[in-house]
Design a protein around this ligand. Sequence first.
Ligand SMILES: *[C@@H]1O[C@H](CO)[C@@H](O)[C@H](O)[C@H]1NC(C)=O
Ligand SMILES: *[C@@H]1O[C@H](CO)[C@@H](O)[C@H](O)[C@H]1NC(C)=O
Ligand SMILES: *[C@@H]1O[C@H](CO)[C@@H](O)[C@H](O)[C@H]1NC(C)=O
Ligand SMILES: *[C@@H]1O[C@H](CO)[C@@H](O)[C@H](O)[C@H]1NC(C)=O
Ligand SMILES: *[C@@H]1O[C@H](CO)[C@@H](O)[C@H](O)[C@H]1NC(C)=O
Ligand SMILES: *[C@@H]1O[C@H](CO)[C@@H](O)[C@H](O)[C@H]1NC(C)=O
Length: 388
Amino acid sequence: MIYFILFWTLINYLCLNVNSFVRVPLQRDHYASLEKSINAKENAGNINGTVTALKLKYGERSSGFIGTISIGTPKNEQVFNMVIDISNTALWVISSECTTEICRNHNVYTYEWSKTYESNDRFKSIKDGKDKLLGLGAKDVVQIGSVSVKSVPFYLVKDLPIDFLLEKTYDGRLGLSLPINDDDETILETMINQGTLEWNLFSLYINRTKEPNFTYSGGELMLGGWNTKYFNPDDIDYIPLSKPGKWQFTIDRITSAENTTGVWCKSGCEATVSSTYQFIEGPAKEIKAIYQYIGASIDFPLLPPNTPIVKCNQINQLPPIKFHINKKEYILESTDYVVQTGNPEYCLMALIIADNSSDPWKIGYRFLSKYYTIFNASEKKIAFANLK
Ligand SMILES: *[C@@H]1O[C@H](CO)[C@@H](O)[C@H](O)[C@H]1NC(C)=O
Ligand SMILES: *[C@@H]1O[C@H](CO)[C@@H](O)[C@H](O)[C@H]1NC(C)=O
Ligand SMILES: *[C@@H]1O[C@H](CO)[C@@H](O)[C@H](O)[C@H]1NC(C)=O
Ligand SMILES: *[C@@H]1O[C@H](CO)[C@@H](O)[C@H](O)[C@H]1NC(C)=O
Ligand SMILES: *[C@@H]1O[C@H](CO)[C@@H](O)[C@H](O)[C@H]1NC(C)=O
Ligand SMILES: *[C@@H]1O[C@H](CO)[C@@H](O)[C@H](O)[C@H]1NC(C)=O
């Protein structure tokens, strides 16, 4: 019986957080709980830069963090809950031309209602997690935080996969990856080009509260600057990016607390950061060696193979894991890499084996929530600063 309960709690957990393609029953409309964006200047500390900020709310369906923007004129009439996505460039929303039931619970953009809509007959293939969508180009005014940005390129999507019916509650994504081609212009670039912002960078704060049980309670996205309410500016150490068009860098090595035992990714490895994925993913060989070092079991009865399980009552004895990046150490404590699933006895490790061992490590917001992250687009650098 205990196995059965564990099985279902874990399956449920994995479905919610790892496999976005598994359908999960929902009882209530999650929209009701989404907060409207507010201008972060109201509660900001010492802000450096000409900035605009969005208060973020944690997406309940593991889509990450959601900020609200409005598109069109008059402003604040067409409002959208957007997932902040640092792995893609496109800003897209659902079009009112989607008339199927799938779009019924979403906010959709109606171009006829906006005085400032500009058409643009360009199509773009857009990634939404594992789904591929087709977007039709447009431009309009976007109200983000306290500012209105003119002629922001964005894409309208009218065919959505079935998981948008219940599992995905957002209306679109706001991409903040690094552009490679001209048609990849992000809203950050538009703002730089129009002189709205001085510095071509943005910062992300994710609030992971210790009580109860390390839950995410939102965060703050700041375009064009940073907010020293959350971190000490003396702590900024920039890491150079290793690949154009991506927030990707090199990890020199990964070690246990002592630098000698358990050394992984010995000759360096590549890593990307993700604001929409919670866990940390790496190649099978390295991750399995970490499981062995930690003592995680990966052949637990009834669970899918390679599901890493540790005893919850051992969390406090498990060692930290250190990521050595650009001559600095970034430490994951056991409370960061172990996940409480609702089962009192067995816990899940947040280090997961990637499907493809040649992919870079994927560093999700279990890691990002430990730091204030500055994404410096003009200098192609990233910084993780310790939180206050
Ligand atoms: C703002 O950032 C710039 C560039 O890093 C720095 O030179 C300056 O001292 C900072 N100002 C404040 C008030 O922190
Ligand atoms: C993080 O969220 C908690 C709960 O909402 C709140 O009490 C706390 O003030 C937040 N922390 C910061 C630094 O904003
Ligand atoms: C937090 O974890 C404890 C056990 O560690 C559990 O009893 C409690 O129900 C959890 N609370 C929440 C809100 O998940
Ligand atoms: C591990 O190496 C770092 C430098 O990468 C050093 O600062 C630290 O003192 C070393 N820790 C131990 C326990 O040797
Ligand atoms: C794994 O990734 C590499 C490089 O990105 C790619 O060439 C290869 O086809 C992928 N393998 C599978 C099985 O998807
Ligand atoms: C962006 O990064 C570069 C390189 O470290 C740094 O010199 C510059 O000050 C950064 N920009 C801002 C506004 O901090």
